[in-house]
Design a protein around this ligand. Structure first.
Ligand code: DGP
Length: 124
């Protein structure tokens, strides 16, 4: 079934993680942000950073979130990148949005990837 990227789905996997209905391995949490390990790591370090608010992708997050939420999100990203083991030689941030990007979870999330040379930006 096609993913609906127009209306927030309270049953999406990350909403369930935020409600504590599914487990996660947390690497950072504050009032506005949760960060946890990706269940299917694409690199030795693969962390997902999500806002706690109900946002589908980067566009509605940056359009509708409060300044406090947006600042907390990006400060958390910087803190995680400063403190994670295995990230000393660089990292890549990816935010998929919509079908062509490969987004499968319709709750805004940022991938932090690191721990090996990550190769070209996109597959050929
Ligand atoms: P994206 O394609 O950008 O929507 O990436 C979604 C990511 O979410 C993907 O790398 C796998 C990850 N993921 C999916 N389900 C779960 C889950 O239940 N737990 C965790 N930790 N990650 C998940």
């Amino acid at each position: 079934m096609a993913i609906d990227f127009t209306t927030y789905d309270d049953d999406n996997i990350f909403a369930k993680i935020l409600r504590g209905e599914l487990p996660n391995t947390t690497v950072h949490e504050d009032d506005h942000v949760l960060a946890f390990l990706d269940i299917v790591p694409a690199a030795p370090v693969h962390v997902l950073v999500i806002p706690k608010g109900r946002y589908i992708a980067q566009d509605d997050f940056h359009r509708e979130a409060s300044d406090a939420e947006i600042i907390a999100f990006w400060r958390a990203v910087a803190k995680i990148c400063d403190e994670l083991d295995g990230i000393e030689d660089g990292h890549r941030l990816i935010a998929n949005q919509g079908g062509d990007s490969g987004q499968v979870v319709p709750h805004f999330h940022l991938h932090i990837l690191a721990g090996k040379p990550l190769g070209p930006l996109i597959a050929a």
